[in-house]
Design a binder for this molecule. Structure first.
Ligand SMILES: [Zn+2]
Length: 414
């Protein structure tokens, strides 16, 4: 074992005497394993120690820590606390510390099924998700939206009623869509509509809702874009690369991510899923194994992209057993970076160059447009982006003005 977290004998004695006793030492070790810094471990453990002290007086007979006790401590006790020092009373610290305690006890207590404590709606969404993965073979990113819109709809519909999908009518969906549509973008309305239809189809297969709902599903108008989507200029691309602070490990990681997205047009989920084995240094290629359509594609690795990845691997990437290419540098240190965090890194970089509302797709569109403007046919761009249909690619790549000039006829003069 490494050096003990609590060096002073009086601290150890105090913790042993606490109502939570040995759990406190396990708790501190767990935080260290997750990559928390020394100060945070002390702060959090003291907060849990405070909770243990209060609990042994307020609930002396209670055996297992319950959610209700944690809630009572946070909402009722902290405000009127008169416990002896060191009793951490900062609400945010206590809440974060106790959340970790609940997670630790929740995953370590034997015989407790996590499914037992979730409601019928959450259980339904879990089964729906498994169906989407096993039967429809949908990617994580697509399923994320399907789950989200299904949850939002069901919460709205059964807010004040007993959860009973058999009572669903087509009018419920139509009403929900008409309420939600005005406040979200047309693309999102289309995704929401598709997600709800997919939910209904699943409910029909499982005979959980009246049959025939999906047959009369309303068609959504699908207007094509009249204005081409925004793309970054070459100068903005250079500025974006410069926003990464290459003196720190996170900066090296973000630079490699930005380069991959600008030079190869990858999606956030694809960047997050890259593993060390996907980079073939000898051949100079990058394999994208899991994409939206579950097909593999191998892309040539441009020198600047390869250099950025190599620099991250040499000096930036934390030590970890994980084989994922990009890892977390903050808690949980060394764990694979999620697609959400990749998106966050790209958004922050875009914000720094004056695109506060820009997302990762801006980089993907820029890549597609640059490639198409250099003369690559749409089919080639579609293959590199991993699109199944060229129509999707056409929406990405902005009009190639130089190619249009060639086909434009001169204006007749007098
Ligand atoms: Zn107290």
């Amino acid at each position: 074992m490494d050096t003990p977290i609590f060096l002073r004998a009086c601290s150890c004695r105090r913790m042993e005497a606490n109502g939570l006793g040995i759990i406190l030492f396990q708790y501190a070790e767990r935080l260290r394993g997750l990559g928390y810094c020394h100060d945070s471990i002390h702060q959090y453990t003291e907060a849990v120690e405070h909770f243990g002290f209060w609990r042994s007086h307020a609930h002396p007979c209670s055996k297992n820590v319950r959610h209700a006790e944690v809630a009572e401590f946070l909402t009722s006790h902290l405000a009127i606390c008169r416990c002896p020092p060191p009793a951490t009373r900062t609400y945010i610290t206590c809440r974060a510390a106790l959340r970790q305690l609940v997670l630790m006890l929740g995953c370590e207590s034997p015989g407790r099924s996590p499914r037992a404590c979730i409601g019928p709606m959450a259980a339904l969404i879990e089964r729906f998700d498994r169906y989407l993965e096993d039967v429809n073979g949908l990617s994580d990113a697509t399923r994320l939206y399907r789950r989200r819109y299904a949850r939002e709809f069901l919460t709205w519909r059964f807010k004040a009623r007993r959860f009973d999908p058999m009572s669903l009518r087509l009018a419920d969906f139509v009403r929900y869509l008409s309420i939600r549509a005005p406040s979200i973008r047309p693309d999102s309305v289309s995704v929401m509509n598709g997600s709800l239809r997919s939910l209904v189809k699943y409910l029909e297969v499982e005979r959980l809702c009246p049959s025939g709902l999906s047959r009369f599903w309303p068609k959504m108008p699908n207007w094509k874009r009249t204005v081409p989507p925004a793309v970054l200029t070459q100068q903005e691309c250079r500025d974006l690369i410069r926003t990464a602070d290459v003196k720190c490990a996170t900066g090296l990681r973000d630079l490699a991510i930005l380069r991959i997205m600008l030079d190869l047009g990858l999606r956030c989920s694809e960047v997050a899923q890259l593993s060390l084995e996907d980079v073939d240094w000898r051949e100079g290629t990058l394999a994208i194994r899991t994409n939206k359509q579950r097909r593999e594609r191998v892309l040539p690795l441009p020198a600047p992209t390869g250099n950025a990845i190599a620099a991250y691997l040499r000096t930036g990437r934390p030590k970890s057993e994980s084989r994922q290419l990009f890892l977390c540098h903050r808690v949980p240190v060394g764990k694979p970076l999620s697609a959400v965090r990749v998106r966050g890194a790209v958004r922050r970089a875009l914000c720094r160059i004056g695109h506060p509302r820009g997302g990762p797709h801006l980089l993907r569109r820029t890549f597609a447009t640059v490639l198409h403007n250099r003369g690559a046919p749409l089919k080639e761009v579609a293959d590199i982006l991993g699109h199944k249909s060229i129509d999707t690619t056409a929406l990405y790549a902005r009009l190639n003005l130089r190619q249009l000039e060639k086909v434009a006829l001169p204006w007749p003069r007098e």
